[in-house]
Design a protein around this ligand. Structure first.
Ligand SMILES: Cc1cc2nc3c(=O)[nH]c(=O)nc-3n(C[C@H](O)[C@H](O)[C@H](O)COP(=O)(O)O)c2cc1C
Length: 405
């Protein structure tokens, strides 16, 4: 049985010649048991009539943001987005790619894409010079960085009666990418995952604290990806300006001690614990109740040790799969292996924060994953992409019989 059976899919059809080929795709998806909802742009309707997709999908075709609907989906774009297991955009025109990259919501497809938290697969099709234009390249790169799957166009005979790159990928490639994206969404179904993210703040007085440069972005992406794959996610989040993702339970904390308490309260029965927060090892031994005035105190701050959330979890972990993080600046692999063994981790994700453009407060990362008998280098990519690769590795390690990873 196809992984698409019984799943709701939104297929966004845009105004390109290849729109007629999407009729074949919609037909195959319906035959595989998917519940297909087609959204057409205004331009798409100049190429193919909505009636074609209506007949093939056995669902009403949506062409307007302004449709008035019955109670359960009275706000159409939200209802479509939230029901969808995946979003396919084919053919993705240069125009649609630009709008999607910049988050326009002036038509139904744009609004659905913004409201959707499911995986998105984009199959561009256009003339070679358009495909190679720097504007299109930048917009495609932006979608890729967002974690969307781009099914690159192929080389062949184009509508302009010339050979070149730009022809929409073959149906099998597009449906294959869609199946892969949906398969990922089921992998953690029924599982409970705890993720920590962000820095902690260790108070000196009510307005001053010791903290670090972590933004929480990596942990937020790990929580988002786990939720996307069907897990019930508790995100224990230190102070950050970033928004936690849709569909996860967020517990906001400030200090390392609060983070420790938060995690321990959730520990029982968790299937995986991903400790990506940059928890302060030390806190001021004395935290003043009132704001300290200049000259009021001895200028030396004495520190004391914070509880080690990860080590404690490791000692009492049971069957929970434990993922730790290490930000190192030298002798990266040796330090990480020591931490893996010392804290009884199943996987450690290491970044070398001395390198420019990755790690703390950056949108990209580059990581080395290390487990007891193996390692994998993840090349530089968006944090969202890196989060997906980490969960892929967790799935492989959890599926492997002990000693065979
Ligand atoms: C005959 C014809 C064929 C077109 N084919 C394509 C195409 O293959 N790819 C593309 O990006 N734009 C193509 N366009 C341009 C788009 O239709 C146009 O940019 C439109 O605004 C896209 O709207 P949409 O992105 O909302 O669907 C074509 C236009 C015409 C007139």
């Amino acid at each position: 049985m196809s992984v698409l059976a019984g799943r709701s899919l939104v297929v966004g059809v845009c105004g390109g010649i290849a729109a007629y080929k999407v009729a074949g795709i919609v037909s195959t998806l319906a035959q595989r048991g998917a519940d297909v909802h087609v959204v057409m742009t205004e331009a798409a309707q100049r190429f193919v009539a909505p009636l074609t997709f209506h007949a093939l999908s056995a669902n009403r075709v949506h062409t307007s943001l302004w449709e008035m609907r019955a109670r359960e989906d009275h706000v159409l774009h939200i209802a479509l987005a939230h029901r969808a297991a995946a979003l396919l955009i084919a053919p993705a025109t240069a125009d649609a790619i630009a709008k999607l990259a910049h988050g326009y919501a002036e038509d139904l497809l744009g609004a659905v894409a913004l409201a959707a938290t499911c995986p998105a697969v984009v199959a561009p099709a256009m003339n070679t010079s358009m495909w190679e234009h720097p504007a299109v390249r930048a917009n495609v790169a932006a979608l890729r960085a967002r974690g969307w799957t781009i099914v690159d166009p192929e080389s062949g005979f184009l509508a302009e009666r010339q050979q070149g790159v730009g022809r929409m990928a073959a149906e099998e490639r597009i449906i294959g990418a869609l199946e892969e994206a949906v398969a990922r969404t089921r992998e953690l179904e029924g599982q409970r995952v705890i993720v920590t993210a962000g820095p902690t703040r260790e108070a000196i007085d009510p307005v001053r604290f010791i903290s670090n440069a972590s933004s929480g972005a990596m942990g937020i992406e790990l929580a988002r990806e786990a939720a996307l794959r069907g897990a019930q996610v508790d995100l224990v989040l230190g102070p950050t300006h970033l928004e936690p993702p849709h569909g996860v339970r967020t517990h906001r904390v400030e200090s390392a001690r609060e983070m420790h308490e938060g995690v321990m309260a959730l520990r029982e029965g968790a299937d995986a614990f991903v400790a990506s927060a940059a928890v302060a090892d030390w806190r001021p031994a004395v935290a003043y109740d009132q704001k300290v005035k200049k000259g009021d105190v001895d200028p030396v701050i004495r520190l004391e040790r914070n509880p080690d959330v990860l080590a404690e979890f490791g000692r009492r972990k049971g069957t929970t799969f434990l993922v730790g993080f290490a930000a190192e600046t030298q002798d990266v692999e040796r330090h990480a292996r020591e931490k893996l063994i010392g804290k009884a981790l199943d996987l450690i994700c290491v970044n070398d924060v001395s390198r420019p453009g990755i790690g703390f407060a950056s949108s990209e990362n580059e990581m080395l994953l290390i487990w007891r008998d193996g390692s994998e280098a993840l090349p530089r990519a968006s944090k969202r992409e890196i989060a997906a690769r980490i969960w892929d590795r967790v799935a492989v390690l959890r599926a492997a019989p002990k000693g065979e990873s």
